[in-house]
Design a protein around this ligand. Sequence first.
Ligand code: DOR
Ligand code: ZN
Length: 346
Amino acid sequence: MNQLRMIQPDDFHVHLRDGDCLARTVPDTAARFGRAVVMPNLSPPVTTVAQAADYRERILKHVPDGAAFEPLMTLYLTETTPPAEIRRLKESGFVRAVKYYPAGATTHSAAGVKTIEKVYGVIEAMAELQVPLLIHGEVTDTEVDHFDREAVFIDRILAPLLVRFPQLRVVFEHITTREAVDFVDQGPASLGATITAHHLLYNRNALFEDGIRPHYYCRPLLKAEGHRKALVAAATGDCARFFLGTDSAPHARRDKESACGCAGIYSAPYALEFYAEVFANAGRLDRMESFASRNGAAFYGLPLNQRRCVLIRENQRIPDALPFGGETVIPLRAGGTCAWRASADE
Ligand code: DOR
Ligand code: ZN
């Protein structure tokens, strides 16, 4: 198959940032995706519906003419988020979910959750109102090896949480391990998971190819090859609760190429092409539409996008760098090639 025509996909996990950066991120994401779940880890974080409304307006100003792009907003869960905010969220119609960052797990997560018991009241309101909780699933305990943090999170936090709140809708975000795949696969209908293009394409060797590679550094970290294979099997398999979430997370080049570089990979401009490469390599292009355009919409209770897009098997070169709010950002696989090209259709 050298061409794939499919329903326009959605990105169920993206970081658009703010200010000047929106001129880069919004057109890049809107060129490929009909909708995107927008992460709230700005500085300061988006913790209220009122802040999400303002942020949404700033995003919409950068949607190119002719693009039909809907940002699906989220709130950042803190230990002081009141349950009343969940009711306001539900009434808003444009805030769709709440993001759970364990404090210290990643970029701008300091205001996140340290003690899960403190957010039980809010989570109860979410379960009642069927508001999805989007979870960054890694423990931050310094005694736990970085590569084990997701698996330990399942045992310590996620499994008990689902038992305590059986009605709660949960998206286990950017899963990276065999353990996470199995947990979601065997889990209830209320549990879904996003998978990034970079975790499907690369194993942790990419971080150390001829030297240290900061542009392959993200949280959760890339994992060993066996885990990558389990992710590919999940994305291309039959379980409809795995869906596309790029976790495209740009940082300026100098913030990545630093003695203490930021976590995050900028994949948005070629994300769809990268996913096509994964599905083609697995001989499962026939499964791409489910993963990219159907499963996430079904999980979130959204209609399918009306537009269509086409993926063509044709080499394209990935630029070395891209302008990014007065700085530059290095996209995933900069200077390399991707075997697919996406274009809009209809
Ligand atoms: O690598 C990451 N970057 N992982 C996250 O969870 C956050 C993100 C960011 O905001 O930069
Ligand atoms: Zn993220």
